[in-house]
Design a protein around this ligand. Sequence first.
Ligand code: HEM
Length: 446
Amino acid sequence: MTTTTLPPGPTAPRPVQFVYALTHAQRGMPRMRDRYGDAFTVNLPIFGRAVVISDPAQIRRVFTAGPEVADNLDRNLGRVLGPGSLFALRGEEHHRRRKLLVPPFHGRRLGAYERIVEEETVHEMASWPPGRAFPVLPSTMRITLNVILRAVFGSAGAEFAELRALLPRLVTLGSRLAVLPVPAVDLGRWSPWGRFRAMRREYDAVVDRLIAKAGRDLDGRDDILAMMLQSRYDDGSPMSRGDIADQLLTLLAAGHETTATTLAWAVERLRRHPDVLRALVEEADSGGSALREATILEVQRTRPVIDMVGRQVKVDGFRLGRWTLPKGCAILVSIALIHDDESLFANPRAFDPTRFVGVRPDPYEWIPFGGGTRRCLGAAFAQMEMNVVLRTMLRDVTLVPTDEPGERWHSRGIANAPAAGGLAVIRGRASAEVPPAAATTTGTLS
Ligand code: HEM
């Protein structure tokens, strides 16, 4: 048996650490890093003993370790998305299933979704009230939900309306439940888990109908459901119906709230950085995209909507820097802490998109999509989507700057959103007051 050495950390009882983590999520981690260093051990109800890391070399070690050494957390999103979800699968099974899902999210396919994203953005913006403050998050949620529904199901008739009504409730509740322990006893159908299971039954019934419809006529369809129904593993076997339903829910849930929340943060940041906003409008008008792409990277660095990703150690004596971790130990890679590290990002609290113009971020330092074999499957899709939504917004409306303080973080369960939902004030471009020019486009403090 190998001797284990864990980094230091708070010694308060598990429930106290849990309450602290829930109530002080944003301030607590930086405080612990300041006190214990860039690796520290916490003790939490869902994960048990967990080592929080934020050093690039250690992150590289974790992300490049094979699944036989460090795989997905035992308690993962599969608890709410189902056993067939990519989040629930491990090792070879995860690899096989992920291979089937990669094609629609890469390369040439992404261009085909741009038109859908632009249409949905234009449609949603038509309801924005000029000159009056409104939270943009519900709007970006509708855009990203409609986009992912259309990408996944093509055009689906009556079932679309049902899913549009059901999914926001299902995803909101699932997102909250995902970070809470499952009660040992069944608390009945009015309990949160009971309500979640009832919604899941509703979802399964709709998806069963969609699968049956698609199965009758796959000719000419290029949506993700059609592709799943036709895909085969290396041994020629198809995906089971239950697995398809779990996988679709995974894409619908993972592919909608995170992107919408990042877009709401983009609006929140840009209204407070008129110099960047003005440069983006000019760039969009002249058909460019380099600053917009850099802005998305900077929004994701400074406002990562998911603040950590986890792995579980599968071998005894996993070496991580000067520590040796026991089998079963959870590792939490802190996205928020590494993005805030001034040795990696000069003046890290400043919102400065120019730091990423023409720069490809390091995959172990800029990590809003996680990393390694479990890196976000939809990363390229999300970046295309955020790019097209912002481009369309900058083209069609003027976002009115504000000197109000930045919005605070609000945890929605999985995703961290701007507390007021990303308040927007807009004017139509024709009657627009262009934001006043500022001296530079860099270095604005948040
Ligand atoms: C800004 C938007 C998004 C963010 C910040 C985000 C973030 C993440 C993160 C942090 C992970 C965990 C990675 C890890 O453990 O290393 C993840 C996994 C995943 N994401 Fe995303 N995501 C976004 C958008 C999307 C979209 C649009 C889709 C699908 C259309 C998607 C589908 C998935 C899937 C399927 C996984 C599981 C991958 C696996 O376990 O192999 N995500 N995402």
